[in-house]
Design a protein around this ligand. Sequence first.
Ligand code: KG4
Ligand code: ZN
Length: 340
Amino acid sequence: MEKDVLILAIESSCDETAAAVVKNGRDVLSNVISSQIELHKLYGGVVPEIASRKHIEKINQVITEALEESHTTLDDLDAIAVTYGPGLVGALLVGVAEAKAISFARNIPLVGVHHIEGHISANYIENKDLEPPFICLVVSGGHTHLVKVADYGTYEILGRTRDDAAGEAFDKVARAIGLGYPGGPKIDRLSKEGNADAIHFPKAKIADAPYDFSFSGLKSAVLNYLNGCQMKGIEVNRADVAASFQKAVCDVLVEHAMLAVKESGLNKLAIAGGVASNGTLRAAMEQACAENGIRFYRPSPIFCTDNAAMIGAAGYYEYMQGTRSGYDLNAVPNLKLGER
Ligand code: KG4
Ligand code: ZN
């Protein structure tokens, strides 16, 4: 039997300080997440400097917990995987410096991981049979990518957003209807009380780019609708706005994903990123896949939003392919998928 590969993974690219221990890329032995949401709520969004300061305060505690919960010590580790981009530079630097320090002190191999590669790899954790190639829709607060996962670590971006990311649109619309931060989960919840067909919001299509997305027009349409109601003295039904907006986003995401899967001939679709935890999107995608005979994969909600287990999954495949980062590893805030 081959020896197990144990990886300690660290994630600090935005507002969660997270550490996990992952065995052989797919078995999560621990997954500790310290969320800063309550702190940033006061400001209506993530404040980068506050995020960095909170990461430095929490990181050792989170790593200690992840090791304890998994009954692992630093001596057992084969590698340390850490998110080094994209994300907030100050936030990333905390995780990268920590990973380098442990790697240096204990002489443990270091593997820098792309945050979006992590989100995609979250699908490997609970779907032991999932192997590339497949199509993955990545929908997070900073990214909306339709990706062909050709192999472990090999990605072809088929489409991307031209303006706002899907999660960003959720957050902005939530703010406009007074729901506060973070908007996605709040819209998800409120929309259950609303009628998704009450208001018709436009679905943007981009000529000659069937896989690209645009959400800024939809956001403006919601703002115009709210202004119109205010001018006419009509009371806004916030649940209807939330449900109708969410439907417009989900319809576009489903349409584009279906087209990409069909044209690729791959027959397998995965979703990833914070917005992939959205109940309506999961149900709509599942139904569309069932109707089209496509195998559908999605991580549990806890593995959709930022976590370190997904970094451990991605780090494992990078490690097995020979990827090693040097002690000069730096944070790369705008790192592109597939770049090293
Ligand atoms: O992947 P993630 O945790 O962080 C980034 O890498 O950006 O995604 C965060 C985004 C936020 O915009 C948040 O509002 C959105 O994911 N989100 C959701 C839901 N949960 C989180 N959007 C819609 N429905 C949800 N249930
Ligand atoms: Zn993320």
